[in-house]
Design a protein around this ligand. Structure first.
Ligand SMILES: [Mg+2]
Length: 121
């Protein structure tokens, strides 16, 4: 079973993703901000990290930079519903920093699952 770490500060979104991925036979580890996310990454060493961008304590772009520095080949999906800027602005930065795939929120569950399956194939 593949392990996926989801870093997302919105509890409803996190629980939706947890249900979705668990039902698809993935083992999910979750964290609600960037600091907790990095800590969870180091403990669990997941196969894939899915991270939100706008989060308290440490935001997703910084998380992606730290993850890539630690594990250059790590698979990462960045997701964003935007903030001060539009989602695609954050997501194109995420891509430049090393995210393998990006997805704009809200997304269709099937679209996220397709990205996950592609990266974990
Ligand atoms: Mg957020």
């Amino acid at each position: 079973m593949k392990n996926i770490l989801v870093i997302e500060d919105n509890e409803n979104m996190l629980s939706m993703m947890n249900d979705l991925l668990s039902r698809s036979e993935y083992h999910v580890i979750s964290a609600t901000d960037g600091v907790a996310g990095l800590k969870a990454y180091r403990t669990a060493k997941p196969d894939l990290v899915i991270t939100d961008i706008i989060m308290p304590n440490k935001e997703g772009l910084e998380v992606i930079m730290d993850l890539v520095k630690e594990t250059p080949r790590l698979k990462i999906i960045a997701m964003s519903g935007g903030g001060i800027m539009e989602p695609r602005t954050y997501l194109s930065l995420a891509e430049k920093l090393g995210a393998d795939e990006i997805i704009e929120k809200p997304f269709r569950p099937a679209d996220l699952l397709a990205l996950v399956a592609k990266l974990l194939a």
